[in-house]
Design a protein. Structure first.
Length: 299
């Protein structure tokens, strides 16, 4: 396997990575079989599934016990015990788990300023998905409502089928906006989780959960979003292997919070650059090399 691999993620190229680092990414789920990879000498990008040695070979299916009349019955038909699946240790949910044992390990680990920041199990983010959901869904919804409000689309003159199509378009747009909002919360929690070794001001659960508390959320949004920018910049300045991390614009994050509280149209405009920076920070943590502190090359 080549030692100069590049990864294509969300329209950006990351790398180069060694073969060993790609194997780690594949084991953690950060590189999947559909991820696109390229190395010098290759004519085009190829799916990760075509890179030999990156994924373990798929196990052959277990033979199915059968019983032919007149033959020897299998043990379970003679009163023996049926096969039992191997049990997982308590607290583990699978390879690369972020379950109870992983959470306890993180609580016991702390990176002091000046030390290298530990490797995290941060999953990547896809800013293009957010743009497609909010930009597409919101744009279609505003267009339809505008046409209806201006009288360009007259509801009373529409046939039954046209009414149904219009309603379905409006429902699909609203669903896309809701999904974009949910994905945004997932990404916020994901970046807060990446700061778990550095005494952040809050946890991912509190950062998201307290934004649902009426009235209190008018204050909490400044902690969950503007505080995220402050903590991220502090952590990336304190640890040598994070010095090249992209910084978050604290002024823009603060303005976005004020917009959410006082002037939602301003927040809607700033939402796109704010989430773009959050996604870039998440992808830095997801794809930073594990064995080369301070090095992260994005072309």
């Amino acid at each position: 396997m080549s030692d100069q691999w590049h990864l294509l993620q969300d329209g950006q190229q990351y790398g180069p990575y060694t073969g060993e680092q790609l194997v780690e990414f594949a084991a953690d789920g950060r590189v999947v079989r559909e991820s696109m990879l390229w190395a010098e000498g290759m004519e085009e990008w190829v799916p990760a599934s075509q890179v030999e040695g990156l994924f373990p070979p798929e196990p052959a299916p277990a033979p199915v016990a059968t019983y032919t009349p007149g033959g020897t019955p299998p043990p379970w038909m003679r009163g023996g015990a049926a096969p039992v699946a191997a049990a997982r240790p308590a607290g583990m949910t699978g390879p690369g788990s972020t379950g109870m044992m992983a959470g306890r390990a993180r609580m016991l680990m702390h990176a002091a300023p000046g030390e290298d920041y530990p490797q995290t199990d941060t999953k990547s983010a896809w800013f293009g998905l957010l743009v497609a959901l909010l930009g597409g869904g919101g744009g279609v919804l505003v267009l339809l409502l505008g046409l209806i409000g201006s009288g360009t689309i007259k509801l009373e003159g529409k046939a039954g089928g046209e009414h149904i199509l219009l309603v379905l378009l409006i429902i699909a747009s609203i669903v896309a906006i809701i999904v974009a909002w949910v994905v945004q919360l997932v990404y916020l929690a994901r970046l807060w989780g990446a700061l778990g070794y550095s005494n952040p001001r809050t946890t991912p659960g509190n950062a998201i959960g307290l934004m649902f508390v009426p009235l209190y959320n008018l204050y909490w949004i400044f902690v969950a979003i503007h505080g995220l920018a402050q903590d991220w910049n502090r952590v990336t300045r304190q640890h040598p292997n994070l010095m090249h991390a992209p910084k978050l614009n604290e002024g823009m994050f603060l303005t976005y919070c004020f917009g959410c509280v006082l002037f939602p149209p301003l927040a809607l405009v700033l939402w796109f650059p704010v989430m773009a920076q959050i996604c870039k920070a998440i992808n830095f943590m997801a794809y930073r090399p594990a064995h080369h502190p301070g090095f992260f090359n994005v072309r």
